[in-house]
Design a protein around this ligand. Structure first.
Ligand code: ATP
Length: 282
C-alpha cells in the first residue's frame, strides 16, 4: 500500500531517515515523542514538503504519478490542517460533496449525529474533540481504503480517544483490504489498535515489530549485577541501571524464563519498550 525507503529530510540539527511499509489489511502505527519526526513523514508522503533522498511509493506509484481516482482512495487527517473556522459543519458537507465524487452524504450525517457534531455551529466554536472527530469523519466518508492519520487523537480525553479508536476498528472490519497508517505520541492508543508498530526517535526508526510479538515476546528482566554478569546477552536489546541493579529489555522472553528461573521477568508493554529504546541506556 505504502512503501517508504530511506526517505531523508534535514531541518538544521534534525535529520529524518525513515523506511516504513504499510501492508494491505493492516493497521500500522508510528509512535514517537514530540518532535521525533512523525508529521515530517506524513508531509513527505503527501507531497507537502520536498525531501532530500529516498523513495516513496503509494499503490506502487510515486505520489506525483497518482491519478485523481487513486488519490481519492486515501483519507487523510493531518495534525495542523482543517477547514476555516468560519465554516459551519453543514458547509463542510457541501464542500466535501463537491470535492469527492464518492462522498457518502448519508454516512457523514449519521456519523455526525452519532458523535454529536453540531452541523449548525461554526467550526471555530467546536471543541478540540469535536474538530478531531469531524476530521476523522471527513476522512472516512468518501470510500477511501487507505487512511493516513497524523495524531488523530491529539487533545482528546480518554473517553473520546477510545471512541475514535472504535471508529477505526469498525472501519477495518467493514473491508478486509483496507489499511491505516496512524501516528501518535500516546503508545497506549496504538497498543490496542495496531498490527504493526514503528517507533521513531530523533528522526530514525528504532524499532519495527508486530504488535502481537511485542506483547508475547518482549519483556523486562530485572537482574542484580551478579546475575547480569552471568546472563547470556544474545537476546538483550538494551540495558539500563536501576536502584535494584539492571533492567534489561529482551525480545525472547521465553528463553530467559526457561533458562534463568531465578530472574524476575516482567512482560513488556509498548510504553516500556519505547522508554528503554529511546531513553538513556547504560
Ligand atoms: N518547517 C520546519 N522548519 C524547521 N524545522 C522543522 C519544520 N518542520 C518540522 N521541523 C522540525 O523537525 C522535527 C520533527 O518535527 P515533526 O513535526 O515531524 O515531529 P512530530 O514527531 O510530528 O512531533 P509532534 O508529536 O510534536 O507533532 C522537529 O525538531 C521540528 O522542530
Amino acid at each position: 500500500m505504502l512503501d517508504i525507503k530511506g526517505v531523508k529530510k534535514s531541518y538544521g540539527e534534525f535529520q529524518l531517515d525513515c523506511s516504513l511499509n504499510v501492508e494491505k489489511g493492516r493497521i500500522t502505527g508510528l509512535v514517537g515523542e514530540n518532535g521525533a519526526g512523525k508529521s515530517t513523514v506524513f508531509k513527505a508522503v503527501l507531497g507537502l514538503i520536498s525531501y532530500d533522498g529516498g523513495e516513496i511509493k503509494i499503490l506502487g506509484k510515486k505520489p506525483q504519478e497518482l491519478n485523481e481516482k487513486e488519490k481519492e482512495q486515501m483519507g487523510v487527517v493531518l495534525a495542523e490542517a482543517g477547514f476555516s473556522g468560519y465554516l459551519k459543519g453543514k458547509d463542510v458537507k457541501a464542500v466535501l460533496a463537491k470535492l469527492y465524487p464518492k462522498f457518502e452524504e448519508e454516512k457523514f450525517l449519521q456519523m455526525c449525529e452519532r458523535y454529536q457534531i453540531p452541523l449548525d455551529k461554526f467550526l471555530k466554536e467546536y471543541s478540540t474533540g469535536m474538530k478531531a472527530k469531524l476530521n476523522l469523519i471527513i476522512a472516512l466518508t468518501h470510500q477511501a481504503d487507505f487512511l493516513m492519520l497524523d495524531e488523530p487523537t491529539a487533545g482528546l480525553d480518554v473517553g473520546a480517544r477510545e471512541g475514535m479508536l472504535d471508529i477505526l476498528r469498525t472501519y477495518m472490519e467493514e473491508e478486509p483490504e483496507r489499511s491505516i497508517l496512524i501516528s501518535s505520541h500516546i503508545s497506549s492508543d496504538l497498543e490496542h489498535l495496531c498490527d504493526d508498530i514503528y517507533v521513531i526517535h530523533k528522526g530514525k526508526i528504532v524499532l519495527h515489530e508486530e504488535m502481537d510479538r511485542i506483547l508475547e515476546k518482549y519483556a523486562m528482566l530485572k537482574v542484580s549485577e551478579e546475575q547480569y554478569q552471568a546472563l547470556d546477552k544474545n537476546y538483550i536489546l538494551k540495558e539500563r541501571k536501576e536502584n535494584f541493579g539492571i533492567a534489561c529489555l529482551t525480545n525472547e522472553k521465553q528463553y530467559y524464563t526457561e533458562n534463568y528461573p531465578e530472574i524476575v521477568v516482567e512482560s513488556g508493554s509498548l510504553d516500556q519498550v519505547i522508554l528503554m529504546l529511546t531513553g538513556g541506556g547504560m
